[in-house]
Design a binder for this molecule. Structure first.
Ligand SMILES: [Cu+2]
Length: 215
């Protein structure tokens, strides 16, 4: 390509034409490859992989977590063991209920289930044994503490505490909840997700990851 500058305009147009076509072809092939990868892996997986390469800053203190139809912002976070977290969970949807659960090894056999799910979504619930303080409940549909050690600020009736399933605050449209805790000594990659409407939200992309670094 160093010779291009020495060519006359006529020669450039004559020689560049096939090269351009080839580049267009290659570009098209790469684009098809990316589309194929997205179709195979799902959009969120590709995004996660990219962020895994480039890293993300360690979050602590007040961190907003937004629920939309059907995704979270952010969908990837890095925490550090021992750090104090104040997750402000907010449902930005005007029409849908959303929850926030976190764990490992989703029970995929329930993906085809219909109606009520009686079992836990995660085989391992991140919140087991974790002290958590809930405050500022607003438009809470229900809250399942499971095996977390929960302190409730304000009237318990506002939380509509239920039993069964994983630790999961479920918010009505426009709802919000302050979830305060110290990151427990559970380093590694954790998944979070919303299993509302028989896993449809989760399967549609309403999920994310938290990478917990050792203290
Ligand atoms: Cu949801």
């Amino acid at each position: 390509m160093d010779n291009d500058s020495k060519e006359t305009p006529e020669e450039v147009s004559a020689s560049a034409s096939p090269e351009w076509s080839r580049r267009q072809f290659l570009g098209g092939t790469v684009a098809l490859g990316v589309v194929g990868a997205v179709a195979l892996l799902g959009r969120s997986t590709v995004v996660d992989a990219a962020r895994g390469i480039f890293g993300s800053p360690v979050r602590s203190g007040r961190v907003p977590l937004y629920a939309y139809d059907y995704y979270y912002v952010p969908n990837y976070m890095t925490w550090r063991v021992g750090d104090r977290m104040d997750i402000i969970f907010q449902n930005q949807s005007h029409t849908h209920w959303h929850e926030w659960t976190m764990g490992r090894h989703v029970n995929e056999q329930y993906f085809q289930a219909f109606g009520e799910l009686s079992a836990d979504a995660w085989r391992v619930d991140f919140w087991d044994g974790v002290p958590v303080t809930l405050s500022d409940p607003y438009k809470i549909d229900n809250f399942v503490p499971h095996d977390a050690l929960v302190t409730y600020e304000g009237p318990r009736s506002l939380y509509n505490i239920q039993s069964g399933g994983d630790f999961s605050p479920t918010l009505k449209p426009g709802g919000s909840l302050h979830i305060a805790f110290t990151v427990p000594n559970k380093p590694g990659i954790w998944d979070f997700g919303c299993f509302v409407q028989e896993y449809v939200h989760y399967r549609t992309g309403m999920r994310g990851k938290v990478h917990i670094l050792p203290a």
